[in-house]
Each structure stands twice: as C-alpha cells, then as structure tokens.
Design a protein around this ligand. Structure first.
Ligand SMILES: [Zn+2]
Length: 248
C-alpha cells in the first residue's frame, strides 16, 4: 500500500473521532490518505466490549473517509509502554509511513492518554532508526497533539465547519459509548439496557463536544474548530494563509 499523509493515533476507540474527527474528515475529503490507529480496543471500558468497540471504530473510520484503521494491544486501563509495545508501534509506523501523526497530549485526565503520548512520541523517533528492529525506517515529519479532557492553549485551530456533520456521523457509530441524538435520557444513562451509566455516555458530554468546537471555532471566526498543540514552532510559507476567513 502507499504511504499515509496523516495517521491519527488514540489510546481508545472514539478518542480520535471525538478530538479531531472533523480534521480527519476535512483531510480525507481533500484527497489526503488518512488512517487511524487505536492502541487498545477499549476492552476495559465500562460499557461495550473489545469486539463491539472494534466494529464501532471500523464504522467510524468509514464515515470519516479513512483508508486504514488498525489496532494494537497496549492494555486498556493499564496502558503498557514497554519494548513489546514499542516494537509493535514501530512496525505499524513503518508499514503505514505517515507524513504527519496526530497523538494525545503529554498528560490528560485518563492516565492511558499521557502514556499513549509518550509511546507515540518515542516510536515516531525510533521508527526512523536504521538499526532499531527490522523493516524500512520511517520518521514522520511532525507529531501534533489533539485536545481530549484537559484544555491547553492551542498552537493552531483547524476550521472544521464544513465537515462537522461528518464528524457527528462518526460519533453516531459509537452506540455503546456515546449518547445518541434522539435517544431518551434513560438510554443515555444506560438504564434501558442495564449497562452502567458513564460520564462519556451522558448527553452533557456529547453537548460539551459541540460546545468546545464552537468555542474554538469562534477563536478563528468559524462555526466549529478543533485545537492542536505542537511541541515545536510551525513553518509557514505564506503568513496570510493563517488569517481567519470569517467576520472580524
Ligand atoms: Zn481515551
């Protein structure tokens, strides 16, 4: 297969879609080769199962226009970052050969997210070392972090207004995890199917995803925006391309 332009890596299925699904939809719609890699199947989640969440993730990847969706087994709820997990991720980076990687932030409410950041950050470097493991070395040009629970001052915000409906369709694929539009409050709390209620499965959480995108959209004069953090300064060829397009 040919190399990916962008690979979004998350600790659990739905992390990437919730955080940067609009950006992935935008990139896929503009002809970029976009992939997703889930470092666990979310098997320790309160609701659903590893198998079900895997099927939901595959449907969500389809909805966003991804050409690849892959899974590793780093251990949901007890995330491992040892040599076995490094070798597995290095092999995937060399197979998929992304130019850009999107990752969790260095620290977040769920400890798996920070551990996943460390693993992704380290492996993006190690994958470029000729004498580390086997396979053709490959080092992504950059790693940007998307926003999950904990806020941060963004390095840049992507205008995802035109692709927000596509992101919503991807989130609708996660029936076991996220509140579904039109569902009763009982279904949202898990009471209808006997599943335990979760914060992530509440109507408030789903509304907060929209509210946050509207907040960051406003920062760039757009309807919806997704924020990112870069540990390194960003290179631009045209400073005017950075200006907001909407009302000032
Ligand atoms: Zn997560």
């Amino acid at each position: 297969m040919s190399a990916l332009d962008v690979l979004a890596i998350g600790a659990h299925p739905d992390d990437v879609e919730l955080s940067c699904g609009g950006t992935l939809a935008l990139l896929a719609a503009s002809g970029r080769r976009v992939g997703m890699l889930h470092l666990t199947t979310g098997e320790a989640g309160t609701r659903g199962s590893g198998g079900l969440r895997r099927r939901e993730a595959e449907a969500a990847a389809d909805a966003l226009g991804c050409v690849e969706v892959a899974f590793l087994d780093c251990g949901d709820g007890a995330f491992r970052t040892g040599i076995v997990e490094e070798d597995a991720l290095i092999a995937e980076l060399r197979r998929l050969r992304p130019e850009l990687v999107l990752s969790p932030t260095p620290a977040d409410r769920h400890p798996d997210h920070g551990r996943a950041h460390r693993l992704v950050h380290d492996c993006c470097f190690y994958a470029g070392l000729r004498r580390r493991g086997s396979g053709d070395p490959h080092r992504p040009a950059a790693v940007f972090s998307y926003m999950q629970h904990d806020p941060f001052p963004p390095s840049f915000i992507v205008d995802v207004s035109a692709h927000w409906p596509t992101k919503e369709r991807a989130l609708d694929c996660y029936e076991s995890q996220l509140h579904q539009p039109g569902a009763s409050p009982a279904a949202a709390s898990g009471a209808s199917d006997g599943a335990p209620a979760t914060k992530v499965g509440s109507p408030e959480f789903r509304r907060a995803i929209v509210g946050r995108a509207q907040h960051f959209g406003l920062m760039i004069s757009a309807a919806y925006g997704e924020p990112f953090w870069s540990p390194l300064p960003l290179a631009v060829s045209d400073p005017l391309s950075l200006l907001p397009r909407g009302l000032r």
